[in-house]
Design a protein around this ligand. Structure first.
Ligand SMILES: [Zn+2]
Ligand SMILES: [Zn+2]
Length: 387
């Protein structure tokens, strides 16, 4: 039926230049627009039924060799465009791109189609020529405005999923409403810390993970549901006394094993609770919990260090924890001369193999990385400290 087009494609030679590629992409887009129109009409007439398919999507999967996701997307877009003749015509004429049309139909929930159709003759020309991102933004404004006029909340799909995989890592995936997205995006940006020269650089995605964990830790440190002013740690870890003293690992209650480095970073600044067990079930003694760093000492540490002391980091004290330069397991004392304030990320860094920290009598911190490079940082205020 389309021998002419087939022949044109057969004879087509696309040179690898920007102009040629843009031009054929625009032509393909206009062909997509025509196909979408035909799919919409085919679907509306229920003609897929003649081919013994159960739906338009099923028909496209079988006869259009599409994935389930792609078939659902094409069907959904075709259905909506049947209600929006001006938009469909602008796409076919090449005035709107397929990307713009996708951005539009993503915003247009079924209950909004009628209102948009009434206004599309005025709205579509103003969208022509915009980027996909700007089209999406403009449509978002229109939808919010339309919902406000109708006195209805903007329909939205929201959800957040967090699940742990068998290897102990977690997968976080979610869809946020515009306002929550702004809040979360801004908080993540503000909570991000820069890479220090003293450590390997991180990817932007890795920096966001660290920022999110810091935000959650900050909330847990400062939440008011419990009377104590500082709550640490926020995970319950089980470790045998012998392992703690001997530098062994431990595990989260009912959870995965933790490395020696993680256990040491947690036990540097935590509440320790003695629990003497006989076997796995009989509790012989349940002692009171003891802070590894008592409140007064913590305040003195904050006065001296003010912020994270890792080279190049200035994370404020409210985001920090105390690090025993000589660890408790190695009989390091809990006193100002053996403690240094570090943010959680750099605390864990210091407990990684090959990293060393040393505190001089004048509170200058010396950090050595696995390659033997040294950095020193002085406390913000030199001189005698009254505590
Ligand atoms: Zn530590
Ligand atoms: Zn830091």
């Amino acid at each position: 039926m389309f021998e002419g087009l087939a022949m044109e494609i057969d004879n087509l030679d696309i040179p690898p230049c920007a102009e040629a590629i843009s031009e054929v992409l625009a032509l393909r887009d206009r062909l997509d627009a025509k196909i979408t129109g035909a799919v919409g009409d085919f679907d509306a007439a229920g003609l897929w039924d003649l081919d013994a398919a159960t739906s338009m999507t099923a028909w496209l999967r079988q006869h259009g060799a599409m994935t389930k996701r792609e078939a659902a997307r094409v069907t959904g877009r075709a259905k909506k465009l049947r209600e929006l003749p001006v938009t469909a015509a602008a796409w076919q004429a090449g005035e709107l791109s397929g990307g713009q049309v996708d951005a539009m139909v993503a915003v247009l929930k079924p209950e909004m189609l009628e209102l948009f159709a009434e206004q599309e003759a005025e709205l579509v020309p103003s969208l022509a020529g915009l980027s996909v991102a700007d089209t999406s933004r403009a449509m978002g404004h229109w939808a919010a405005h339309a919902a406000a006029l109708a006195d209805e909340p903007v329909p939205e799909s929201r959800g957040l999923h967090l699940s742990q995989l068998l290897d102990g890592t977690w997968v976080l995936d979610g869809t946020l409403d515009p306002e929550s997205g702004e809040v979360v995006g801004t908080a993540l940006r503000m909570a991000e810390s820069a890479d220090s020269d003293a450590e390997p650089s991180r990817t932007p995605a890795q920096r966001r993970v660290d920022a999110l964990a810091d935000l959650c830790r900050f909330f847990l440190d400062h939440q008011n549901h419990r009377p104590a002013s500082r709550h640490r740690p926020h995970v319950n870890v089980v470790i045998d006394l012998e392992d703690l003293q001997g530098g062994g690992g431990g595990r989260v209650v009912d959870g995965p094993a933790l490395s020696r480095a993680a256990i040491q970073a947690l036990s540097c600044d935590s509440a320790l609770h003695r629990l003497v067990m006989a076997g796995r079930s009989a509790v012989l003694d349940y002692g009171t919990s003891t802070r590894t760093i008592p409140a007064n000492l913590w305040n003195a540490l904050v006065l001296r260090d003010e912020h994270c002391r890792f080279p190049g980091c200035d994370r404020q004290s409210s985001w920090c924890e105390g690090h025993h330069v000589v660890h408790i397991a190695d009989d390091g004392p809990t006193c100002l001369e053996n403690l240094v304030l570090v943010c959680s990320r750099h605390h864990h860094r210091l407990h990684q193999p090959g990293w060393h920290a040393k505190l001089r009598p004048d509170a200058t911190l010396e950090v050595t990385d696995p390659d033997g490079r040294h950095w020193t940082t002085a406390p913000p205020r030199a001189g005698p400290l009254l505590v």
